[in-house]
Design a protein around this ligand. Structure first.
Ligand code: SER
Length: 397
């Protein structure tokens, strides 16, 4: 089952149940939003979760592209991508959690053909502020789905303040042998769909107040579900990555972890550029810069003659098409190549400056500040040049 088919089945299933499809936003949150990128489907809907009436009503469904730099260090494992698509549904003060979970169960098992024996759920077990989520627990017990109670893992918030609430997560078994354990004990249970009972708002002082309405916010990772339904071991093997797997290894023979980083970061960089971001030293531009520089680092580790000039145009076009971005692939390529040239120049300057006698000793804070302020050499670049590597590994964004 192709990714596009899964997305269509999802949207139609919820349209049949009274949801209106809303167009997903770009990766760029509206001006004034403190978050750099759209990180989940609910993010652009925050004002409506907080009570503003939505023009399309109280039941919504969409497909939203998201970018999560908090997962950057996990990129390369089987389930995390920097840019991914989230299928989402919302009840804005309309139906409640059990209805949402029951539809989720119905879509997965009947709509998408998942064996019910391969499902596990988790629910919020309660803490000193909020009671256990008995309604979700009962629903899962009625459906015969095994369920585990947790506390921290079943509370969702988009940040330290704002809308939040207990959630119930649906996991799919990815192991070769029948499951014996629970999601917190065996990571072959892969989380695919999160249903958040978004009824609270956390204030600056940490206290919780009720939102004006009881909402449901659900998010399902499309590439993750697609890879499981397609019987693949990682998100990089689902159909979205077919052209990447066909075209990149003959061009740049890398080991599997490096290939994954290359696919993920280049694809993410194309989407971010497609949404109008240009590399820079702060904010969104800096995230883009790190993505491109990390790919180059990986490519140059074994062969410094590799260049993004060789990146097949088909991969840029395929990505822009997939995300319905009406942008000239030549401009995207131009931006990538400009950044490559800038990085080459920076590395050359870095090597020259660091070869000076004054820097042939352990560097101190003053040296790092001078190298940064006078020569534009970021601290992490200096450290990695000193360590003999081309550049740093990424830090959490
Ligand atoms: N907001 C929740 C998430 O991102 C569900 O959409 O997981």
């Amino acid at each position: 089952m192709k990714t596009e088919h899964i997305a269509r089945t999802f949207v139609e299933y919820f349209e049949e149940r009274g949801h209106r499809r809303v167009t997903g936003s770009t990766l760029l949150p509206p001006p004034g939003d403190p978050v750099l990128f759209t990180t989940s489907g609910m993010h652009p809907l925050t004002p409506y979760l907080e009570g503003r009436p939505h023009p399309d009503g109280r039941r919504l469904v969409n497909v939203q592209r998201c970018l999560r730099t908090t997962d950057l260090e996990e990129v390369g494992d089987a389930t995390h991508l920097t840019v991914f698509e989230m299928l989402g549904t919302w009840s804005l003060g309309d139906y409640e959690g059990p209805e949402s979970l029951d539809w989720g169960y119905g879509l997965l098992t009947e709509g998408l053909g998942v064996d019910p024996g391969l499902l596990h759920a988790t629910v919020f077990g309660g803490d000193d502020r909020t009671g256990p989520d008995e309604a979700s627990l009962e629903l899962w017990q009625r459906r015969g789905v095994p369920v585990e109670r947790t506390v921290r893992d079943n509370w969702w918030s988009n940040g330290p303040t704002g809308p939040c609430g207990p959630d119930s997560e649906i996991f799919l078994w990815s192991g070769d042998t029948p499951p014996r354990s629970t999601p917190t004990r065996d990571d072959r249970w892969v989380e695919v769909w999160n249903h958040v009972m978004m009824r609270h708002r956390r204030l600056d002082d940490g206290s919780l107040v009720p939102l004006p309405q009881r909402n449901i916010d659900t998010g399902l990772g499309l590439e993750r579900l697609a890879s499981l339904l397609q019987g693949k071991r990682s998100v990089y093997e689902c159909d979205v990555f077919d052209p990447w797997r066909r075209l990149v290894p003959p061009l740049w023979p890398l080991d599997e972890p490096s290939l994954r980083v290359t696919y993920d970061h280049l694809r993410s960089a194309v989407v971010v550029i497609g949404d109008g971001v240009r590399p820079g030293n702060t904010g969104q531009g800096y995230v883009l810069r790190r993505l491109v520089r990390r790919v180059l680092t990986v490519l140059w580790r074994e062969d410094p003659t590799r260049t993004l000039q060789d990146l097949p145009t088909e991969l840029i076009e395929h990505t822009l098409d997939h995300f319905r971005q009406d942008v000239d692939p030549g401009d995207v390529r131009g931006t990538l190549l400009d950044e490559e040239r800038r990085f080459v120049r920076l590395l050359e300057r870095g090597r020259r400056v660091l070869a000076r006698p004054r820097f042939r000793r352990p560097l101190e804070e003053d040296d790092l500040r001078y190298l940064h302020d006078t020569h534009g050499l970021p601290r992490d670049l200096v450290m990695s040049l000193r360590g003999g590597r081309v550049i740093d590994s990424p830090t959490k964004g």
